[in-house]
Design a protein around this ligand. Structure first.
Ligand code: ATR
Length: 284
């Protein structure tokens, strides 16, 4: 029997990552022979860790906080969506040398698929508020535009960062006929169809950084995090009559896209999301 192909998630911290469990389920479901581990990288040692992992014969890795920007710089080939996001969460090793690596970003398509397929809300023609302008927001902005949103407002505590993201995505938005603008947190607009929290405010113990007026009954309010980190945003959204959703579906969908990039087969995500949801609820 051949040795399994090896993959891992590289990050700091990484012990909490549910990616190994997700990929093990995908592998079992599709009959793919692979192993998927966690690699804790020193904060100043991502390059060394990823080089070592690739040199050991591994086939690829996921990259998580805080190395997604560095990962983009290391690969010989970078996909257009990773280039636009300025960050990569997937690396493929077609050999041990960085020149033979490719980098991609599956976060944004993961969010889009979760909203459309699992939450059941077609994004075409919607008005969307995206809160935050860090790495998480940068990863999802392009795919939201490509999904056909009519109007996307980007609100961030530091206005200059929102303006920079709007500028880097202006051509894409124009090409898709989408309105794209930066707004202040104080006055981002009202009654959006979808509100996405891509800020890390709740991790910092801070309140949800926008007014409840951005929601209306039936708004889909999505936090990109899950578990305790998403709880304050979801409670706030429910208080205002919105439908609250955490980032678990996005987590499973971004993993499925990475799996497909590596293995050439797309796993069924609904049963994996249901199993993960049960585990997370049980540990809450
Ligand atoms: P990530 O990769 O998770 O996006 P990041 O790049 O550090 O992390 O970005 C964090 C985001 O959360 C930023 O948009 C940040 O706002 P600033 O650009 O003004 O720093 C936002 N954020 C963090 N703490 C916040 C808080 N207490 N209130 C509002 N926004 C906050």
């Amino acid at each position: 029997m051949p040795n399994p192909d090896r993959y891992a998630v590289l990050g700091h911290p990484v012990a909490h990552s549910r990616s190994p469990a997700i990929h093990a389920r995908f592998a079992a479901q599709t009959g793919q022979l692979l192993e998927y581990d966690r690699v804790l990288c020193p904060l100043d040692g991502f390059a060394m860790s990823v080089n070592g992992f690739a040199a050991s014969g591994a086939r690829g890795c996921n990259v998580t906080v805080p190395f997604k920007f560095e990962a983009l710089q290391m690969a010989g080939r970078v996909s257009p969506r990773a280039r636009l996001a300025g960050a990569a969460n997937v690396l493929g090793f077609d050999g041990p040398e960085p020149a033979l690596w490719w980098a991609d970003n599956s976060d944004g398509i993961g969010l889009v698929r979760d909203i459309q397929q699992h939450a059941g809300l077609p994004l075409a023609g919607t008005r969307v508020l995206l809160v935050g302008a860090g790495g998480a927001a940068a990863g999802v902005l392009g795919p939201l535009i490509e999904a056909g949103v009519a109007d996307l407002v980007l609100a961030n505590r530091t206005a200059a960062k929102a303006e920079a993201l709007v500028a880097s995505h202006a051509a894409l938005a124009a090409g898709h006929g989408a309105q794209l603008a930066a707004a202040s947190m104080a006055e981002p607009g009202r009654g959006f169809d979808v509100v996405i929290n891509a800020s890390s405010s709740s991790l910092a113990g801070a309140a949800v950084p926008v007014s409840g007026a951005v929601l209306r009954p039936g708004t889909l309010a999505v936090d990109l995090m899950y578990g305790a980190a998403a709880a304050p945003f979801m409670a706030w959204a429910r208080q205002h009559g919105a439908t609250a959703r955490d980032g678990l579906g996005m987590l499973v969908e971004q993993a499925a896209e990475a799996f497909c990039l590596w293995r050439g087969v797309m796993p069924a995500t609904a049963p994996v999301l249901a199993a993960l949801r049960a585990e997370v609820d049980a540990s809450a």
